[in-house]
Design a protein around this ligand. Sequence first.
Ligand code: SF4
Length: 216
Amino acid sequence: MSRRDEVLAEMGFSPVWKLRTPTARAEEPVRPQGSWIEIKQAVPACTACGLHKGRTQTVFGVGDEDADWLLVGEAPGAEEDRLGEPFVGQAGRLLDNMLGAIDLARGENVYICNVLKCRPPGNRNPEPDEVAKCTPYLLRQIELIEPKLIVAMGRFAAQTLLNTDASIASLRGRVHRYAGRPLIVTYHPAYLLRNLPDKSKAWADLVFARKTMASL
Ligand code: SF4
């Protein structure tokens, strides 16, 4: 049994609920099995990694489940953990403003979620094992949404979906592919709040994403 199947089995999913990994997607056909209802029930009950001990609640994702746009961030922060919704607070307002600038709005043809569904304590970086255990939920969300375009916001989203350890700086500015879908890398809004000069780069990334979407 592969490590991913072991993780899925630990999480209570049937082995037939195969999820495509970044490394395996070229070889394995997509075999979606779990429904929205199943994963929406599974995530709040999940104890697959230690983060469940400190969470107030899980943060599953929000938006249009048939969206063309999927935005993926890193992990819930304190406000997200409290409210159960991704990208709230200052970073969320920045994201909403950036979406508005390219004529998009949260929940309208846009779905937003994170790699991790539980808050790391003190907003520390996710550990590799936490990412490995939580990623199956994200991959299943992608398969169910079938977005036309994915925007990976921040290092953990980009590295997880592209199966790379390359930096954000080296991944920006070109169209990557996740399971055949275009994927564009940009900075995480929380990073932008601490590094204001990079906001113009994130703006350029979103304009690039909008152009890419228009060309599909
Ligand atoms: Fe489960 Fe993900 Fe929460 Fe870990 S972070 S307990 S894998 S839902």
